[in-house]
Design a binder for this molecule. Sequence first.
Ligand SMILES: *Cc1c(COP(=O)(O)O)cnc(C)c1O
Length: 398
Amino acid sequence: MAVKTLIPIARPVLDQAEVDAAARAILSGWVTQGPEVAAFEREFAAAVGAPHACAVSSGTTALHAALLAVGVQPGDEVITASHSFIATANAIRYCGARPVFVDIQPDTFNMDPAIVDRAVGPKTRAILAVHQVGLPCAIERMLDIARRRGVALVEDAACAIGSDVRVDAEWSPVGRPHGDVACFSFHPRKLVTTGDGGMITTRSADLDARLRALRHHGMSVSDLARHASDRVTFETYPTLGYNFRMTDVQAAVGRVQLARVPAMLARRRAQAARYNSLLASLAGVGLPAVPDYARPNWQTYTVRLPEGRDQKAVMQAMLDAGVATRRGVMCAHREAAYPRETWSCGADRRCDASGGPCPHLAHSEAAQDRTIAIPLFDGMTDDDQSRIAEALARSCRI
Ligand SMILES: *Cc1c(COP(=O)(O)O)cnc(C)c1O
């Protein structure tokens, strides 16, 4: 059989401009967190309309620092989705707190606000709301719950750079932020990449100051401020911190990537629209739902398979046809790292005592088992898309 070229699931947009930016940072002699990080923060804040942005080493350390900054402590509970990349739930456990998992809406794959509302209890310190694969969640409802119940709202916007959400009848970028803080990732699977890296945005100068201390060992002054000072400066360590710093090499690359976002969005929105029309006639295939309050960046295009189709068999048939796919987003509660005693069920607290599988995360489990992501990336051609649509049609008929 002739070997077809494989259409990958995703591919970052990287060229000589990123190489030149990295070289500039390296040759400047300042490679750790410094002037490039500061410039990247300013540009990122402007791009999403946030008063403050703090760069960190990954989306995961962004979540960890954000939860600590809003006051999450051992013994607290944080309400979140099990149906997310595992870093979402892990960040809660790094703080010594307990994830309380709520189910998703079957159409948007985002946390169901009605269940979130019921899940808030006396130990709840925060809601960690995920904008799953870049589709904004019902943030207006989440904000209302957080305000009414007096808990913090942290946004896992790891995938959502460039997405917009409507709040109070007005559109604004995810990360403005709408909650107390929003966390982004620059892993290569996201639109903007720095290899690894993350960003935390907030409107609060106080939270921003806490985040800056947390990422730099709890130190009272930055290396850059000490270097720039004409006075001998002794630093102090008033609080326990971490090394969550981004390097200037990463930030230099990130600045180039950020400038590409408008063009990336235009391409992805056109590609998603083309998928919508190519796949509309496929009987039983569920296309992505976009609620009227959300304008996604289309980081990922996910389809629900027709009833009765075996996910793995469809994916194998697609791979045999030269098309890479991925199964639906994982569920943390199904992994060995999450034995039943490490989390609570947000739908029914008595569910904890019963042990065994949780019946209240059925939509989350179905989304993992019954959906697949198909390729969507900047260099994907119309021909690629037609080939993918044909492969999906054939693979679903098996
Ligand atoms: C990618 C991702 C993360 C983790 O980001 P890293 O930069 O890989 O640490 C967290 N949450 C979600 C929803 C993600 O997709």
